[in-house]
Design a protein around this ligand. Structure first.
Ligand code: CAA
Ligand code: FAD
Length: 380
């Protein structure tokens, strides 16, 4: 393993850090309060190449590696995890899903717009009755010759209200179980496709989460991704890459909270000295620093595995499991280090604490990551 960063990686990281400080930070509290989707910022991220980080330049992408992707995700997430989940879904679920498994026509039609931020993508797997248990899809897509007839409901879909392109996973043959599932590209505005109300959430409130309803939606045959019956494996493989993005998001949330706590502890005085001089606070910082470094290694390992062409199902699950735990535990500690101010919005750590929780839930809960890891360990 060699995780040393190249000059290019450092430049990309610095560009993301600069963008987060100058563009994301100023309105982040207001967007969180108002549950406001950052339309203008998504456009700017598109211009910077952040919406199609790993997409081949021939489809309008930035052609960067997965290490670059996690560096960008970490920097954006230190400041605004709502913006970073938009980036994560667009890059590692939608762009990657189409580029890796789509037809040439699908790539040419959708990638140039998705990779530049002109279009936003959504990935629609979860349903009211099928979240962790993703093979028990209720949404059906019946083969009608030239088209599939799509019916059903998808729940908690990120970018749900704002996307232009929706990757929808649906059952085409119940008797075939996970082999009777397919993935489809559904465009916004297709007849029978309805976007439900926006969810009012604990965290990542600037991201847009909706229920989607499909009532007799006609999906052209050419919009199916990959071979007939490959939709579940498509979802699982795509999610393995998505989990690297969410692990990097969790890492960013944790390191953002750590940086704020470190600074505050050196400024705030109690009992005649800076609170960092109290060992109880210094030890919290030591634990945070150590755990964040360990999480970063796991995130880098997973990104490196993907870049090297190794299997990354297990390493991405390990990175997500551990980084999300670190994010949750240490954002709570960052609030504690801030005392009363930690409870106040302008100090940012309370938002990071609220945002951290989702990293243990979406793209597979922590319990699901343990299923993936334990199955792999037992099999190997
Ligand atoms: N690669 C290739 N094939 C895979 C695979 C992988 N990573 N994982 C499973 N498969 C295959 C299996 O080999 C099996 O094939 P065979 O029948 O030919 O043997 C088939 O798929 C079914 O697999 P399992 O028997 O393992 O299925 P399962 O019902 O036990 O479920 C699971 C496995 C890991 C729990 C899976 O259901 C899962 O990951 N659930 C979580 C779903 C999830 O992560 N949802 C996230 C939604 S997107 C999101 O959340 C986005 C966002 O927030 C921003
Ligand atoms: P359930 O599956 O009902 O699980 C409930 C609890 O039981 C969890 O703790 C779970 O870990 C545990 N559990 C379940 N099965 C087992 C088991 N076998 N062993 C041990 N424990 C188990 N989905 C998408 O498809 N696309 C998106 O863009 C998307 N974005 C989201 C954004 C937000 C803000 C949220 C909240 C969710 C989003 N989701 C999205 C859905 C998310 O992926 C699911 O919520 C998640 O996979 C868990 O499914 P569930 O909520 O149905 O929980």
């Amino acid at each position: 393993m060699d995780f040393s960063l190249t000059e290019e990686h450092l430049m990309i990281r610095d560009a993301a850090r600069d963008f987060a400080q100058t563009e994301l930070l100023p309105g982040v509290i207001e967007r969180d309060e108002k549950q406001e989707f950052p339309d203008e910022l998504v456009k700017k991220m598109g211009e910077l190449g952040f919406m199609g980080i790993m997409v081949d330049p021939k489809y309008g992408g930035s052609g960067m590696d997965t290490i670059s992707y996690v560096l960008i995700m970490e920097e954006l997430s230190k400041i605004d995890a709502s913006a970073s989940v938009i980036v994560s879904v667009n890059n590692s679920l939608v762009c990657y899903g189409i580029e890796k498994y789509g037809s040439e026509a699908q790539k040419e039609t959708y990638l140039p717009k998705l990779a530049t931020g002109e279009f936003v993508g959504a990935f629609c797997l979860s349903e009211p009755e099928a979240g962790s248990d993703a093979t028990s899809q209720r949404t059906t897509a019946i083969d009608k010759g030239d088209y599939y007839l799509l019916n059903g409901t998808k729940n908690w879909i990120t970018n749900g209200g704002r996307a232009d392109v929706y990757l929808v996973i649906a059952q085409t043959d119940k008797d075939k179980g996970s082999h009777g599932i397919n993935a489809f590209i559904v465009e916004r505005g297709t007849e029978g496709f309805h976007i439900g109300p926006k969810e009012n959430k604990l965290g990542i409130r600037g991201s847009d989460t909706h229920t989607l309803q499909f009532n007799d939606v006609k999906v052209p045959k050419e919009n199916r991704i990959g071979a007939n019956g490959s939709g579940f494996r498509f979802a699982m493989k795509t999610l393995s890459g998505g989990r690297i993005g969410i692990a990097a998001q969790a890492l960013g949330i944790a390191s953002g909270a750590y940086e704020l706590a470190l600074k505050y502890s050196k400024e705030r005085k109690a009992f005649g000295t800076e609170i960092s001089n109290h060992q109880a606070i210094a030890f919290k910082l030591a634990d945070m620093y150590t755990d964040i470094a360990a999480a970063r290694h796991l995130v880098m390992q997973a990104a490196w595995d993907k870049d090297q062409g190794n299997n990354y199902d297990k390493s991405s699950a390990m990175a997500k499991l551990y980084a999300s735990k670190v994010a949750m535990e240490h954002t709570v500690e960052a609030v504690q280090i801030h005392g009363g101010n930690g409870f106040v919005k302008e100090y940012h750590v309370e938002r990071l604490m609220r945002d951290a929780k989702i990293t243990q839930i979406y793209e597979g809960t922590s319990e699901i990551q343990k299923i993936v890891i334990s199955r792999s360990v037992l099999r190997d």
